[in-house]
Every structure is written in structure tokens, then in C-alpha cells.
Design a protein around this ligand. Sequence first.
Ligand code: PRP
Length: 207
Amino acid sequence: MLNIALPKGRLGDRVYEMLKAAGYPCPALEHPDRRLVFENKEAGVRYFWVKPSDVTIYVERGAADLGIAGKDILLENRPALYELLDLKTGICRMAVAGPPSFQDSRDRVLRVATKFPKIAGDYYAARSRNVELIKLNGSIELAPVLGLSDVIVDIVETGTTLRENGLAVVDTVCPISARLVANPASYRFRREEILKLQESLAAQIPE
Ligand code: PRP
């Protein structure tokens, strides 16, 4: 059976629907209880729900052959795995945001709050901008509001969270979407099964 790590939450639900339509259903998973592992022997798949930011850990270490991870996690953690498909769902962007009055000045170090210090660090390094990165784990929008940082680097989907906290996008860092990822050894040794799933799933990707 192929072991597949799904991210718990809305994105995982959406991708499971794509997998189901692709011929990899798992009826047990559709009646939610507290179990985390579900299998369908006939379809040859075993799914497990993991925290979205942990998907790449399972896949990188071979506990899962395949997984679904956001491009944000791939750029931030740079795991040693193969990115097979852009699923064109879970679409959002990584952006720099700040108060509308924000004016950058190279005379001082810019304070940047983020959950993604590598992505933010790369963005500013490419611009030779000296920054102080402040790593937070959530509610990033609060940082400039309380004066903890000058700007944030965070995920923007609808823009509602920024708007409701009086912030605005200053620049887009990169587009983000969900990706199908594979463990390199699994990809070598279970190539046929994986290619079959990859092709069937590719047919479900929205235009
Ligand atoms: C993400 C992100 C923003 C919000 C953006 O947070 O960090 O806060 O979604 O979405 P919007 O543009 O549609 O408002 P998430 O829900 O993952 O929670 P977190 O802040 O605890 O990480």
C-alpha cells in the first residue's frame, strides 16, 4: 500500500476529494472520528492525517511515501524530497505587509516578524537589506500593531486578516499552492504505483 500523509484541515479535505475522484477513495476516512490512520486495501492506499507543517517530516523520513504540503513549508524547511505536482489548490501568496504609513528607511535595521524566517531572510538577503527576524508561531498580524516589528512576512489568502488589523500588502514574495511530494527512495522503488497515482491526480487539477 502507498502511505500518504494528508495535512489536517481544509486543504487536506480538498485534496482528499481530488484523490477520491482520481480513483483513491477511502470511505473510512469520510466518517470523521479520532483515528488518524485510514486504509483502503483495494485502492492500495493508507492515508494519515498529520499537522500540515509535519507532512514533509513524514515523507522525508520515509514514514510516508507521498504527502501533500504547501509550497511555503517546502521553501521554509527545504526537505530532501521530490516535488511531483502543483495541485493548484490552497492558492495564496507569501507577502510583506505593514501599516499603510510604513516607509522603509535603509538608515535602520528593519524588524520583521514571521513564521517563515528562511523565506523572509532570503527575500531580504536578495535585496541586501539588513533585517532583524523575529520568529513567531501565529497571530503574526499582531506584531506591527503592537510595535513588536515594523513589517511582517506572512501568508495572505483573502487579505481579510490584514485588512481587519489595519495592515496592507507592501510586496509579494512568492505565490503559494499545495504540492504532491514523494520520498526519493519510494519514488525509485515504487515508481509504477506512484506514477499511476500522480497521473490520475494530475487529471483532477483545476484548469
Ligand atoms: C494564515 C496567515 C494569516 C491568514 C491569512 O493564518 O498566517 O493570518 O491565514 O488569511 P486571509 O488573508 O484569508 O485573512 P492561519 O489561519 O494559518 O493561522 P495562524 O496565524 O495561527 O498561523
